[in-house]
Design a protein around this ligand. Sequence first.
Ligand code: HEM
Length: 456
Amino acid sequence: MPTALADAPEGPPAWSRRQWMVRANAPVACWLLLLIVAAVSTTTGRVGTWIPVHILGIGVITTSIMVWSQYFTARFTGIRPTRAHQLRQLYRIGAVNAGTALLLAGQLPATASHRLSLLGAGLVAAGAVLHGFSLAAQYHAAERTRRFLPIVGVYVLATVCLLGGITAGTLLIIGVPGAWVPRLYTAHLLLNLPGFVGLAAFGSLTLMFPAVWRTRGGDDRTVSAAVILGCGLATSVTGALAGAAPVLGAGLVVYAAGWGVAALPWLGNVRDVLADPRDRLTFAAFAVVAAPLWLIVGVLTAAADALRGGDVAVSLPVLPLLVGFGAQLLIGVLSFLVPSVIGGGPAAVRRGMGLLDTLGLLRSTLLNGALALLQLPLPRDPGPVPAAFIALSLGAFLPLTVTAVVVQRHRPQEAHEPGTPATATGRHRPAYAQVVVGLIVLGALTALILTGVFGA
Ligand code: HEM
């Protein structure tokens, strides 16, 4: 039986799940649009890659993690947020977003200012601290016997990593002695990507992986995997800060092993579904498999770098981690969850899911294939097409969501709980032909690149 947070005995009733989600997610939609503008501006050299990286990293991914970690925390603790609690969540999200805008403004050539950036970083940190405390308070208020409660602990740990990452980034902006720059840079990447985003993703996937594959979950390994991930991360960050590359590399190997432990039950889910796929192979299903793979490969690449070269300035591959892992996982999971949040009853949700899965396997193939192509040591310039494939495959989410909202809201409302696997996309077998078309397109693109069509 859900209990309400105890701070508002009277006052306006809490917003419905959908009303709150619309308010909390509004900044994410704005940042996604701005990301397109910023990404195009980098190709003309008007802004550096730092700007789109942080629009995606903080504006899109951090805000979404704040929204969804709160959403799942309410479900896992059984504590229903009151209107006052919801308002405080919106203020925290507002602080992070206002801070992001200031941080970015401080880094733009036209408005460059250290003070502006530091003020922005301070606001982002304040929003993150309050978010962490709020999750921790809900954890403590919940009954200890609740099955998914450890995941709330993982969200708190992820927020601690974010704060460490913000601290390292802020010190880099303030300026530190030369030897500390590569150490803090690596620590910033480790704490933000495998740390904050990685742990939040691991926590959510514990529940979401079987839900997205629409099958039953396997063993619960949340605590054992979280301990291994936490130890690996702490070791690698310590190694980075101490300038000890072998310690950094060893920590990353342990971290990757933690994902292996977490993913074992998911392999069983995939095996079961592949034996009888029906309509269960979707963009979302592929995303929850491909995204952790990009993370594991990225982390092991950096580990090999550290163990071989003995330098803490390891090359954590930013594009695979931020886009292949972070953005793909976010868009994939949202493609599954958003129709349920829009609601309108099982038939409407099914239509929404089908819409959000439009050309799902083609988009998935082009996205991951183009990302892989960009990681290869190609002898010729790959040109703009692979990046366009990546942007279109992920960016299609925005117009598809708008269409799903319009279509689903034209039906009478019925209750439906997000994350429950009761709905399907309405197809009867996987669209394997889309994978074949995607592979042919990628093969043709590779041939064009190798013949030097896009430059030497
Ligand atoms: C207030 C928060 C943050 C501040 C102050 C900050 C600051 C910085 C700074 C100073 C750099 C180094 C730039 C350079 O010298 O090349 C950097 C790089 C980077 N940051 Fe952040 N950052 C913040 C949050 C984040 C978050 C939340 C993420 C991801 C989730 C993130 C991801 C990255 C990445 C991927 C790079 C490497 C960019 C590249 O090499 O192209 N940052 N950040």
